[in-house]
Design a protein around this ligand. Structure first.
Ligand code: ZN
Length: 133
């Protein structure tokens, strides 16, 4: 696993949060993307070398809707950049982590992604992501 690729924050209203984070960083999101398979609308901000992803649920069954219902808005996941997501999934399974996506799936922002269950990572949802070249 390499650097933190981004931090994901669950929000109730993406439009309002886009305005808020635009004020915070002094720059608008560089990308907005709907991921229909996950039931989320996302936006991405760069601040220096750091990337923040905002996630809004598009329906009640979305994992983001469930997260907000349980915990409220806030940090939802930490994503780490990996060179080879398939071998990293194998390695982490071997170490006893619960991998939620044994086959990586297409995520937002041109990435292949897989998640580790927070039960196996001290309550923090971990996303592995590999840039699609
Ligand atoms: Zn993410």
């Amino acid at each position: 696993m390499r650097k933190i690729e981004h931090i994901g924050i669950a929000v109730k209203n993406l439009e309002e949060s886009n305005d808020l984070f635009t004020k915070l960083f002094g720059a608008a999101p560089y990308k907005m993307e709907k991921v229909a398979s996950e039931g989320v609308n996302t936006s991405f901000f760069m601040n220096g070398p750091n990337k923040i992803e905002l996630l809004e649920a598009t329906n009640e069954d979305s994992p983001i809707a469930k997260f907000i219902a349980n915990k409220g808005e806030g940090i939802h996941h930490i994503a780490f950049d990996v060179e080879d997501i398939v071998s990293e999934i194998e390695r982490l399974k071997g170490e006893g982590f619960i991998v939620l996506n044994e086959v990586p799936k297409k995520g937002a922002d041109n990435k292949l992604v897989a998640f580790l269950h927070p039960k196996s990572t001290n309550g923090v949802l971990i996303e592995l992501c590999q840039e699609i070249k």
